[in-house]
Design a protein around this ligand. Structure first.
Ligand SMILES: [Zn+2]
Length: 348
């Protein structure tokens, strides 16, 4: 074979091979093209290699160089087409034949959900939200709320005092005083916020926890308003749950009552969450003590009021049947995922 014939044949092999490889529509067609051109037994590149033997010694370097160009180019085209076809196959699977991947969009913490729900219920009853500082003075946290100076709550074993002056509020009640100082009655506020106590971290206690208080002050407010409002709230928040009021004592209310709802985990038969009683204490409440109104500059002869305080974390435990309060503090997004339910979005 002359060099000219060889080069013509090399040209044809390269051109035909490139067309066959580049136009192969799927993996089977590509494999057929590979066998036809790059196959070890009957491929046209192999035939070209055999023809190289018949080239004269002088022309061999030029022929060999051309042969290598053809083989390299067809090898490269085969590789390109192969990966293009496999990408297309994967693309088709993502488009239609695989379920869409779930997209994690984040979720609100169950305690936040509970607070929002409580705020929404009380908003319908005419309550707005009031906020105040976490670091408080002893007067706002205890003195104005009718705590005697020797009350055990003031002890350093119960309260986190700040260096110098002040303390971390042990309840959100200081915001009641601040609200009464700032606005004239009628007042109906809901006060969510963190409270701090030197408490053990166990299945039902935490040293930092959300608290939610409510305050209603106006002329002619009585215990009937307290009970009917809180029962209306419990009916909406807990559904058909039964409630009960038990006499209690707080320095800042008189009379005072604890309110219980039937345990949502066991339905009243007794479990670890309700400590076997079938009831969950959800809040403390009472008629605002006249001394508290007076401390805030409100005429206690003219105005009366009622207040309550509750722990949204305990409500969340009951609402979502969470067995241990510490789960709320673990920051495990898988837990939030369970509460939030499946996300609606899908990945591309
Ligand atoms: Zn129970």
């Amino acid at each position: 074979m002359t060099l000219q014939d060889f080069l013509t044949e090399a040209e044809a092999t390269e051109r035909d091979g490139a067309t066959a490889l580049q136009t192969a529509g799927d993996a089977d067609a590509l494999e057929a093209a590979r066998i036809a051109y790059l196959g070890d037994r009957q491929g046209r590149v192999k035939a070209l290699q055999e023809a190289l033997r018949g080239i004269s010694k002088d022309d061999k370097p030029a022929a060999g160089k051309r042969f290598n160009e053809v083989r390299t180019r067809l090898d490269a085209l085969h590789g390109e087409r192969k990966s293009a076809i496999s990408r297309a196959v994967v693309g088709q699977m993502e488009d239609g034949s695989l379920p869409a991947r779930r997209l994690w969009q984040g979720a609100k913490h169950p305690v936040t959900l509970v607070i929002e729900e409580i705020v929404a219920i009380f908003r319908d009853l005419g309550f707005t939200v009031a906020l105040g500082p976490d670091a408080e003075s002893e007067w706002y946290n205890f003195g104005a709320l009718n705590f005697p100076p020797n009350h055990p709550a003031l002890d350093v074993h119960d309260t986190l005092y700040l260096e110098g002056e002040g303390l971390l509020r042990t309840h959100t009640s200081p915001v009641q005083i601040r609200t009464l100082q700032k606005y004239a009655p009628p007042i109906r506020v809901l006060i969510p916020g963190y409270a701090y106590r030197r408490d053990f971290f166990d299945a039902s206690h935490a040293p930092v926890f959300m608290q939610m208080e409510g305050l209603s002050v106006d002329e002619g407010i009585s215990f009937v308003d307290l009970k009917s409002t809180l029962n209306a709230f419990a009916a909406r928040f807990f559904g058909a749950a039964r409630t009960r009021f038990r006499p209690s004592f707080f320095p800042f209310t008189e009379p005072s009552a604890e309110m219980d709802v039937q345990c949502g985990v066991c339905g009243g038969s007794g479990c670890a969450v309700c400590k076997g009683t079938g009831w969950i204490e959800i809040l403390g409440s009472g008629m605002v003590h006249p001394r508290v109104l007076e401390a805030a500059g409100i005429d206690s002869e003219r105005y009366t009021g009622w207040a309550f305080g509750m722990g949204p974390a305990r409500m969340a435990i009951s609402r979502y049947k969470i067995p241990d309060i510490r789960i709320l503090y673990d920051s495990d997004v898988r837990f939030l995922d369970q509460i939030a339910g499946p996300a609606t979005g899908a990945a591309e």
